[in-house]
Ligand binder design. Structure first.
Ligand SMILES: NC(=O)c1ccc[n+]([C@@H]2O[C@H](COP(=O)([O-])OP(=O)(O)OC[C@H]3O[C@@H](n4cnc5c(N)ncnc54)[C@H](O)[C@@H]3O)[C@@H](O)[C@H]2O)c1
Length: 371
């Protein structure tokens, strides 16, 4: 099955697309759990631009009501089956994109119970509710955190079949949720795509939405805050990795490119029961120091920094092999040069519409980056 914005559910056959019986007058509704968050809000915009109605379902535990512009908003928790069912029925939902979850790696070490409850328990509840309402297509926010460093050279890219060895309870929950989804595809004919994002970064060029994590744990907003904030230095965690400049390599992908990939995954023909896992990255590693230099160049000033100890479980490099995304989804990143990402992130950080942005620069001097 695939979902098309022409207003119909399309059923795939070997010979191509057959238009299914379930019709809607226009703009099929897509449940976007976590759609008030960073990547979810950008995807809601991309969905609307492709003719879908994004129905944002979010508890606002870390998202922002001000980020919801492109469709109805339902305030609810992913673990609340009754509220989910009501949202699906009220808005005639035909497919779901599941972003809702907890994302801070460090917090997952301290509160693994909470992360399993929300990220895995919440996914179970969502899957049950989708099944009960005949919603047969799901796109899931997975993460490069499902991979470990095992058996891979520091400069090798990661394909989807690489060893799965999450280094944190957060990564464990993303992998467990994938397993749950895959099992339900086999058992009940759900078709699903798990998108394993590498490092989401940047912001929509409109300036309407952007990154508003609290606490912020991602490198680019932290580097901008260090440069423009109160002058407190950014900590570089380890400079003795087996990489060209000794700092970790990560794969930065523009959030608007990620958003496009969700629409492509939704529209992709898939057989009933199919489960696909796809890496989303630019396919190029940038070191922590390269990112800091790019921020410094964009601002024409130094980013104050100190070098600290390595963090536990930080792989030297996490860089996607994005070939499967191109082959399966026809997706290649268009805006993911580091210069473009930094430019768009900077525009947002200078005038955030919600979240702390630069106003809370000193409070945001967080500790962790990671997908
Ligand atoms: N940001 C990245 O670089 C990155 C990388 C890999 C994977 N991911 C995954 O992408 C997804 C979105 O990440 P993000 O960066 O946009 O994070 P975010 O915190 O901005 O968004 C998560 C959203 O989920 C909502 N939410 C959390 N718990 C909920 C619950 N119990 N019920 C309903 N809503 C709830 C939050 O309010 C928030 O709006 C997450 O699942 C995350 O694991 C993110």
């Amino acid at each position: 099955m695939s979902l098309t914005a022409g207003g119909v559910l399309a059923k795939s056959t070997r010979s191509g697309l057959r238009i299914g019986g379930m019709t809607q007058t226009s703009k099929p509704a897509v449940l976007v759990t976590g759609g008030a968050g960073y990547i979810g809000a950008h995807t809601a915009k991309a969905l609307a631009e492709r003719g879908f109605t994004p129905v944002v379902y979010d508890s606002l535990v870390s998202g922002f009501r001000e980020a919801v512009h492109w469709g109805p908003f339902v305030h609810g928790d992913i673990r609340d089956r009754v509220a989910l069912a009501e949202a699906i029925e009220t808005h005639h939902v035909k497919a779901a994109i599941h972003f809702a979850g907890l994302i801070e790696v460090g917090r997952s070490v301290a509160r693994p119970d909470l992360f399993w409850d929300v990220n895995v328990g919440g996914t179970t509840t969502l899957l049950t509710t989708l099944r009960e309402h005949g919603v047969g297509r799901l796109v899931f926010s997975s993460s490069a955190a499902v991979y470990g460093q095992g058996g891979r050279g520091p400069l090798e890219t990661i394909g989807e079949t690489a060893e799965k060895a999450p280094a944190s309870p957060y990564g464990d929950t993303k992998l467990a949720a994938e397993w749950l989804i895959q099992a339900q595809c086999r058992a009940y004919g759900l078709s699903a795509v798990a998108l394993r994002y590498f490092n989401a970064a940047g912001a929509d060029p409109s300036g309407m939405i952007g990154e508003g994590h609290e606490p912020e744990t991602h490198l680019i907003p932290l580097a901008i805050a260090a440069a423009l904030g109160d002058g407190k230095p950014l900590t570089v965690f380890g400079k003795d990795f087996d990489t060209p400049d000794g700092t970790c390599l990560r794969d930065y992908v523009h959030v608007a490119d990620l958003a496009d990939a969700h629409v492509a995954a939704l529209e992709r023909e898939l057989a009933d029961g199919a489960f696909e896992a796809v890496n989303l990255g630019a396919g190029e590693g940038k070191s922590v120091l390269e990112v800091i230099d790019a921020v410094g160049a964009a601002l024409d000033r130094d980013v104050p920094k100190i070098v600290g100890a390595r963090r536990a479980g930080d792989p030297a490099s996490l860089v996607a092999n994005p070939a499967r995304a191109a082959a399966l989804l026809g997706w290649t990143p268009r805006r993911s040069s580091l210069a473009r990402i930094v430019e768009d992130a900077l525009r947002w950080e200078r005038a955030p519409k919600y979240g702390v942005g630069l106003r809370g620069a000193s409070a945001r001097r967080g500790s962790l980056t990671g997908p």
